[in-house]
Structure formats: C-alpha cells, structure tokens
Design a protein around this ligand. Structure first.
Ligand code: BYC
Length: 305
C-alpha cells in the first residue's frame, strides 16, 4: 500500500501537495465549504442581538463571540483554498444556494434567551461534532479545527453562564429560557445530519477518516451530555420519550422530525430566504472594500518590483 491509502491506514494527515482521489478532494471541499458558510451565516441570528443586549458586559461578550465566528469562517475558507477551491466561487455558490450551510441557522432568534440557548445547545452540538474533526484526515482542516474548538468551548460556556443567570432571575426570565429551549432542542439534534441509514456520505467519509463517528453516534453523545446540564439549569427538554436506558447506558429519545429537516435544508425553513438575502447584500455592499484591497495590493506589488 502506498501514497494516499498508506497515509490513511497509518492515521497520518493528507497535506495539500499529496496525491488524493478526486472524490476525496470533492468531499473535503464540500464539507469545509459548508462548514465555513455555516460560521458566516451563523453570525446572523446572534448578531441581531448585539445592539439590544441588556448590558455593556453582555454586548462585549456577544460581539467577541460573533467576531470569532467570522474568524472561523475565514480559517475554513483558507483551508478550502488549499484544495484548489476559489473563495469568490464558494461565496457565489452560497449566495446562489448551490452549496449548503447548517440547517440550524434557518431558525429565528426571538428573545435574548436565544443567545444563551444558542451558546449552550447549538455551540454544544457544534463542539460534540467538531472535537473529533481535530483528528480528521485532511491536515489543514484538522489544524483549523483545533483553534475553532477552543473558541467554541468559550462560546458554549458563555451561553450556559447566561442561562444560569436567567434561570436564577425572575419567573418571566425562567419562562423565556424554557420557551427558547423548547424551540432550539429539536433543531439542535438535526445539526448532526440525517440518520446513519439515510446518510449517503458517512460510510465513505468514515473509511477515509474524514469523519471519526457517525451522525447517530454523535447525536446520542450530545443527548447524553445535555440531559444533566438541563437538570442543573432546571429546564425541561421538550421530549416526552427522553429517559435513561440502563441496558444501553444511554438516554433514549424521540424521533426527530426528518420531514422538517429536509424542508429546511431544501430552502423552505423559516429564515432561509432572509439569511441569504442578508449575506448577498453584505457581499454586494462590501464590493468596494475588496476592490480597494486589491488596488492596494497591486500598488504594493508594483512598488516592490
Ligand atoms: N444542515 O451524508 P450526510 C457552528 C447535508 S457551524 C445542512 O450525513 P456528511 C456554529 C450534508 O452536507 C456548524 N445540511 O453528510 C457557527 C449532505 O449534503 P450534500 C456547522 C446538512 O457531510 C456559528 C447531505 O445533507 N458544522 O457550529 O457526511 C455559531 C447528507 O448528509 C446537515 C459543520 O459544518 C445539516 N444539519 O455529514 C454557532 C461540521 N446535515 O451531500 C455555531 C462539519 C447534513 O447533499 N460537517 N447535511 O451536499 C460535518 O461534520 C458533516 O458534514 C455533517 C454531515 C455531520 C454535518
């Protein structure tokens, strides 16, 4: 065994100059681009709360978090470029709907409690999914994920800390948290992707060590992790079938509404059109910045020559 297969078998990393099957390259570009797009679109639901955060401290924390997400998007676009992808082309594919981003960001953030619940559940699910990606087989993606995961843990803790404050506050604040948990729980479970039996990419991505666990394995890990956290907060997870299964050593949980998942990734979620419209207008209104940066780079290159 030589080349690509040997590197994978030895559990080493594939680097940009290594030979790799075209399908591996295409899968990596698809996953990294979707991931980058998710970070960028993911700035929107929370970003709208920056001006309305209830204190200077909460504003500063939220601003830092949303800025981190922009940074994650940029590391990931840079990782996709090492595979030959073109950043402008990736942005065009996001805006035209040719490439996906995570389903979760097509749900609205209706109250300030959503900021806490997004941190706790959405970033919690993201960490569960992304920690194993620190050992993914493509080197630049794995290295980007190490830094991203460190920042994601800060995001998750800020969400949990906000919820601890709110659940120890007034009855109205506790109700607001519960209502947000009711809305975000099921969409958070959808973040792990379709059930294994309906996941066209899992088997091959596991063989190539891009994915280290299946969608269902990670979803179960997230449920097991979240139940004690919900108890500690004093909130109820909106699933009547949720109960500890002594034999399996895991929590059993109800069936995700997969028809809703398919609708949301098919473009019919509550906020798909708005998310893309905002991204499109930011891109168009930012054209002068890109042109100015290019003119500046050309001038410096001219001077250096
Ligand atoms: N939403 O065969 P499957 C964040 C697609 S950012 C939309 O199982 P795979 C954060 C899937 O891509 C969170 N699409 O695919 C940011 C595939 O598409 P194609 C983003 C989904 O790739 C800001 C098709 O359905 N995280 O954390 O083996 C603030 C079939 O699925 C979804 C990442 O991107 C979904 N939920 O596994 C806060 C992590 N699920 O082939 C937080 C990296 C599936 O039709 N990605 N699809 O184009 C992954 O780990 C894997 O790509 C997935 C899916 C587990 C998501």
């Amino acid at each position: 065994m030589t080349g690509f297969d040997a590197i994978i078998a030895r559990d080493q990393r594939i680097e940009p100059r290594d030979r790799m099957p075209d399908a591996y390259r295409a899968t990596m570009v698809r996953q990294i681009a979707q991931h980058a797009h998710s970070e960028i679109i993911g700035m929107q639901p929370e970003g709208r709360w920056i001006t309305r955060a209830p204190s200077l401290r909460r504003k500063a924390i939220l601003l830092a978090k949303v800025q981190d997400e922009a940074g994650h998007g940029l590391y990931l676009y840079a990782a996709a470029e090492t595979l030959g992808a073109d950043r402008a082309d990736l942005t065009a594919k996001l805006i035209s709907g040719a490439q996906k981003y995570s389903s979760i960001f097509n749900y609205p953030s209706l109250t300030f409690a959503d900021v806490g619940v997004i941190g706790w559940l959405v970033d919690g699910a993201a960490i569960c999914n992304q920690v194993p990606l620190c050992r993914t087989s493509y080197g630049p993606y794995a290295r980007a994920m190490i830094r991203i995961c460190k920042e994601e843990s800060f995001h998750q803790r800020q969400g949990y800390e906000l919820l601890m404050r709110m659940t120890r506050g007034t009855p109205e604040q506790r109700e607001m948290v519960q209502e947000a948990v009711d809305r975000w729980w099921w969409p958070s479970l959808m973040m792990f992707g379709p059930p294994d039996a309906e996941s066209p990419n899992t088997a091959r991505s596991m063989a190539w060590k891009i994915k280290r666990h299946t969608n269902d394995e990670l979803r179960q890990r997230f449920v097991d992790m979240s139940v004690p956290q919900a108890d500690a907060l004093g909130v109820r997870l909106p699933d009547p079938e949720l109960r500890w299964n002594e034999e399996r050593g895991h929590y059993d949980f109800g069936e995700v509404d997969w028809a809703e998942f398919r609708r949301v990734i098919g473009g019919e979620g509550p906020c798909n059109a708005e998310r893309i419209a905002v991204r499109r207008s930011a891109h168009e209104e930012g054209a002068w910045v890109r042109e100015a940066a290019e003119a500046h780079a050309a001038k410096r290159a001219g001077r250096a020559a």
